[in-house]
Design a protein around this ligand. Structure first.
Ligand SMILES: [Zn+2]
Length: 460
């Protein structure tokens, strides 16, 4: 049988390889090529215990080999190995380039992201990385001829690899359990960058959680909310909430940053609240949390969905609430109130390629304020300092800190150029917020106005 196959000329160029050998080779490839951040962190955290680090490397390697060898089954080997390889290569790009940990919330963020947002991440170097590190080795896996042993023999042969590998992993773990436990307690992120297992586990947890979300019944909250007094002078009370994006407190001069990034707000005498903490590092977590009744430590995605949020409760109190979005959506917060997604209009004065400068939020504000008749809250959801394409967040006349990084690939810029671009985004946010204040002042003869700016989270 084997001989007949070899005799076919088209097949003769394809090398033969045992399925266990192919699994082991793929495991080693993934460990070496797609786990740079993982090994760097492990090395850093275990630098004072070189023998424990060596045992850690061996234990993780044998664990990976055992896991991939489990899929050394006819018809399953190739698709499984290619799947693991591609997940590892894609994930490692985001972990190595941006320090992203692919947890359940990051998968949620990726699942609800806008096209324009993801387009910035699909750069030429990203595609090159996927092609060279992912597609080429996958083509190699497709090309080679995998030799499978008869089922029983194969089972024994697989076990002969898997069992000793797991034995080594367990021995390494037990041998240095105290070191690993204390390092793990101190550095909870140690295992979170291991490819491809962590991203696959996160995706599975996200899928199960999303399935659960479908059966959530929202509990009404604060249905007795009401306004205790009428407006003193009969004017409608108007509050504008500017919901910021990625505005890092550390880079606000109002909070002590040595660079003047908030000149316009400063000139308007705003009050700066120093003591606030975001619920997470992604919009999908932080934004709904801001509008939920739960404090940071108690908030979960599910609890947020299960309970009325601030916009609902304002509605119970007969306040008109509206949401204008220039970011990536309201993440469910504005599901029951009037909502406008401004990039949809693609207004050429503000927008290119599906994204708009935040001045688009100011465009219709004057008209809205002229027509407001009752107590109202308007949420302006900014694009703010959304990365990594900081340079697209501000117009040319706000390129005050230069040279500024003009690409979404931080690797191509010096760190100070990235900071310059980021600080320009804060400067532009300062301008947008100041213009909101000016607009409110302009209408103060007929409305009683207030404004609150708060960002969903900072930047790493
Ligand atoms: Zn955000």
């Amino acid at each position: 049988m084997e001989d007949t196959v070899l005799a076919e000329p088209s097949e003769s160029f394809r090398p033969k390889i045992g399925s266990v050998t192919l699994s082991v080779l793929t495991a080693i490839y993934i460990l070496v090529v797609a786990n740079h951040t993982f090994w760097t962190r492990a090395f850093g955290y275990l630098s004072s215990a070189p023998v424990a680090f060596a045992a850690f490397v061996i234990g993780i390697s044998t664990l990976t080999i055992a896991a991939l060898t489990t899929f050394s089954v006819k018809y399953l080997t190739k698709p499984a190995l290619i799947f693991f390889l591609m997940v590892a290569v894609v994930s490692s790009w985001f972990t190595d380039q941006f320090g992203v940990i692919i947890d359940k919330e990051m998968i949620r963020n990726a699942a609800v992201t806008t096209q324009a947002e993801s387009a910035h991440l699909i750069t030429l170097s990203f595609l090159l990385h996927i092609l060279l590190a992912g597609v080429l080795p996958s083509l190699f896996i497709i090309w080679v001829r995998v030799v499978h042993k008869p089922f029983l023999k194969k089972f024994v042969w697989n076990m002969a690899v898997i069992v000793p590998c797991l034995g080594i992993t367990i021995a390494a773990g037990l041998g240095f359990s105290q070191t690993y436990a204390s390092v793990g307690r101190l550095h909870k992120d140690l295992m979170l960058t291991l490819n491809p297992f962590v991203p696959i586990g996160s995706a599975a947890r996200f899928a199960f959680a999303s399935e659960d979300d479908r059966y959530i019944v929202r509990r009404p909250l604060g249905t007795d909310a009401h306004q205790r007094t009428a407006s003193a002078n009969g004017k409608p009370r108007v509050t504008i909430i500017v919901a910021g994006e990625t505005g890092r407190a550390q880079n606000f001069s109002l909070g002590g940053y040595p660079r003047e990034t908030n000149p316009e707000m400063k000139a308007r005498g705003v009050i700066y609240y120093k003591n606030s903490t975001s619920c997470g590092t992604s919009t999908a977590v932080s934004l709904p949390c801001m509008y939920s009744v739960y404090p940071r430590a108690d908030y979960t995605h599910r609890k947020g969905l299960e309970t009325d949020n601030l916009t609902d409760i304002l509605g119970h109190a007969k306040v008109d609430v509206e949401w204008w979005d220039n970011d990536t959506g309201s993440y469910g917060v504005a599901n029951r109130i009037p909502y406008r997604f401004l990039p949809d209009a693609a207004d050429p004065r503000f927008c290119t390629d599906g994204e708009c400068l935040d001045t688009v939020l100011l465009d219709k504000l004057g008209d809205w304020l002229s027509n407001v008749k009752s107590d109202s809250v308007l949420v302006l959801h900014q694009l703010g300092s959304h990365g990594p394409a900081y340079y697209r967040r501000y117009p040319d006349d706000f390129r005050r800190f230069t040279p500024d990084c003009r690409t979404p690939e931080f690797g191509a810029c010096k760190p100070e150029e990235v900071v310059n671009a980021y600080d320009n985004t804060i400067l532009f946010t300062d301008h947008v917020v100041a213009k909101v204040i000016d607009n409110l002042k302009k209408h103060q003869d007929r409305i009683s106005a207030s404004m609150l700016y708060v960002s969903d989270h900072g930047e790493s």
